[in-house]
Ligand binder design. Structure first.
Ligand SMILES: [Zn+2]
Length: 167
């Protein structure tokens, strides 16, 4: 998040993500990982669980080293440091130091989706709103590359659904 722009869409993105994470947890319990979403039957891929700082660092380094990521995002060449964050809070990205802070004691946050969310913050250009359209586009792209097309489709559809202005 930057100081100059209001981050009005953050809660909507969080809500969409919570729905997607629930879907993945449901798929874990189901034979064939098939779930029904927006009227479609979809086989969800497996989301990796990353629990140690070392595995998170390796994961982030690997995503940033992907050719597709390097060629599309200028900031992919800036290395990211993963550090531990105290308490039960959410993960957090610190733009000035390119640091991802992960709450190691909050197991619900120790997942691939969360790391990709923070990497998307790293890749977004300075000045773009924290959780705006550009952020969502980067996040869906990363999810597609790292978890799979069905995961990206689900996230995209859920984001579109929660971001539509019903008011
Ligand atoms: Zn965020």
């Amino acid at each position: 998040m930057t100081r100059s722009t209001r981050d009005t869409r953050r809660n909507r993105v969080y809500a969409a993500e919570a729905l997607v994470w629930n879907m993945f947890e449901r798929a874990d319990q189901l034979p064939g990982r098939q779930v029904e979403i927006f009227g479609s039957r979809v086989t969800l891929p497996i989301e990796r669980r990353v629990v140690s700082l070392e595995s998170m660092q390796t994961y982030v380094d690997t995503v940033l080293a992907l050719e597709t990521v390097r060629s599309r995002y200028k900031r992919a060449r800036i290395p990211v440091t993963v550090r531990a964050r105290r308490g039960q809070s959410r993960a957090h990205y610190e733009y000035p130091t390119a640091t991802i802070a992960m709450p190691l004691h909050n197991r619900s946050m120790l997942r691939e989706f969360v790391l990709l969310h923070e990497i998307a913050h790293h890749l977004q250009p300075l000045g773009s709103p924290g959780h705006g359209r550009q952020f969502c586009k980067i996040l869906c792209h990363l999810v597609e590359l790292a978890i799979g097309a069905e995961a990206a489709w689900l996230l995209h559809a859920t984001l579109a659904d929660t971001q539509a202005d019903h008011s």
